[in-house]
Design a protein around this ligand. Structure first.
Ligand code: SF4
Length: 469
């Protein structure tokens, strides 16, 4: 269930524009779906005689609550990075809000990070033994400490050495007087793209939707294991790690990326519609109408209906004006958030056999609530179809899906899950169906199949769990 899964963060960076902070504002505004706990923007403010300093605005809440376009438009500086955060590792506190600003032998640095390091505990212990003092408990600070202690003469070499020590899923943007840097983990688990403005300035962002708003065009993805440096010289590229088999997060395609973001050569929307079509071929249902869980599952529902020639309709509507309470980290806050957010339309579902399509099913509590909503609105039957495989294994690479025991499909067989959500029938997309739609190998599917592409301490070697269908 999409309302039960949250991405870790969104990052943005721009170099060489007069209104850099304002562009970063609109960039992270476009990435708001990736994190709603905190938001921040750091700019490089030039000083006299070549000196300068980093200035950061950040706070807890949505971008529009923490920052204002008027205030960001008034900030000096032609380089900026921005960040929105949903906490996975590290507690929800201002100390963990990003960008983080650190003094180092290379001058001031500002860092913003998306993802989760699987070797964070080991690195933190090593750094603490060496005397590091941490401002917060997020993984993001580790990179700054590793850079500060690298011993290299220049920042770029220090960054490469530090990045090479990190294991897991990560995308970083780093601001310094030496330029704007962007890096992506060697397996490409977390996304990072490069865009270019009409006048040639470079932009970095977690998703292409954050480029569009500033008028930048998508040039390419930052390659897994690549460090890009953007400055007066233009764009330089180097590697900080040798190539490994690619493992892009399949959940970006299923849910995280905004529907209009480009993933490879297609928008996320097109992939989702295809997932719905594949689901229909694998698990057709005799029904009168197909309804998607708004908004994230509407393309899948459309594809499902198109494939089977069934009616597609908006049997569930979303209240757009409720604050995003469902993103609150506790289970009870999540449940009350969904109740406020979704309602059923009796005219669409009353007396009908309804196929309810959702992008995923994780904890199942919100699925149960939505099935009940449809029944209360008069649905005669509710057949639940999930446009991704059973979610049985927690993500260790930057997605908040909690512990194994909270994952419904990890605890219960298919029939028991159906009973728990109260549907008349339940079927998932197969893992094979998912990988076929995505185009084959090169994707992480660990939360479905249990094969972790980057070894996770204590979990490595977990065998694939097969597919329930
Ligand atoms: S485990 Fe799942 S959510 Fe995490 S990176 Fe892999 S595919 Fe994405």
């Amino acid at each position: 269930m999409a309302y039960e899964v949250h991405d870790a963060c969104g990052v943005f960076g721009v170099w060489g524009v007069p209104d850099a902070a304002l562009m970063a504002y609109w960039g992270i505004f476009s990435l708001q779906h990736r994190g709603q706990e905190s938001a921040g923007i750091a700019t490089w403010v030039p000083g006299t005689g070549g000196a300068g300093r980093i200035e950061v605005h950040k706070g807890m809440g949505l971008v529009s609550e923490v920052l204002s376009p008027e205030q960001e438009a008034a900030r000096p500086g032609s380089v900026a990075i921005g960040h929105v955060r949903y906490s996975t590792q590290g507690s929800s506190s201002l100390a963990n809000a990003q960008p983080l600003v650190m003094d180092s032998r290379y001058g001031q640095l500002a860092l913003a990070h998306n993802g989760n390091l699987v070797n964070a505990a080991a690195l933190r212990a090593e750094l603490a033994r060496a005397g590091a003092v941490f401002q917060g408990d997020s993984d993001s600070e580790l990179l700054a400490h590793l850079v500060a202690r690298s011993g290299h003469a220049g920042l770029e070499d220090a960054l490469k050495a530090a990045l090479a020590r990190l294991e897991g899923g990560f995308a970083f943007v780093v601001l310094s007087d030496a330029g704007l840097f962007g890096a992506r983990d060697p397996a490409g688990l977390r996304p990072l793209v490069l865009g270019q403005l009409p006048d040639g300035q470079w932009v970095l962002a977690s998703e292409s939707c954050a480029l569009d708003i500033g008028g930048a065009r998508l040039v390419r993805e930052v390659e897994p294991g690549e460090l890009v440096r953007i400055g007066p010289q233009g764009l330089d590229s180097d590697r900080f790690a040798p190539p490994v088999p690619a493992a892009a997060c399949s959940f970006e395609y299923i849910y995280f990326a905004r529907a209009d973001s480009r993933l490879g050569d297609r928008s996320a929307y097109v992939y989702r519609r295809e997932l719905g079509r594949m689901l229909a071929r694998e698990a057709p249902a005799e029904a009168d109408v197909v309804v998607g869980v708004p908004d994230s599952s509407l393309p899948q529902a459309m594809g499902y209906a198109q494939e089977l020639g069934l009616d597609y309709d908006l049997g569930l509507v979303k209240n757009r004006y409720i604050a995003r309470t469902f993103i609150a980290p506790s289970q009870s806050e999540r449940e009350s958030g969904v109740q406020l957010k979704v309602s059923a339309v009796p005219e669409v579902v009353a007396g009908k056999r309804v196929v309810l399509v959702d992008d995923s099913l994780v904890r199942g509590t919100t699925s149960r609530f939505i099935v009940q909503l449809l029944r209360q609105a008069g649905a005669r039957e509710v057949h639940m179809r999930i446009a991704s495989p059973p979610y049985r294994h927690p993500c260790h690479y930057g997605i908040d899906t909690s512990r194994d025991q909270e994952l419904l499909a990890a605890r219960l067989p298919l029939e028991a899950v159906r009973e728990a959500v109260g549907a008349d029938s339940l079927a998932y997309l197969s893992l094979e169906g998912l990988t076929t739609v995505l185009g084959g190998a090169g994707f992480c599917t660990a939360c479905f199949g249990g094969r972790y592409p980057v070894p996770v301490p204590g979990r490595s070697g977990v065998p694939a769990a097969g597919v329930v269908h």
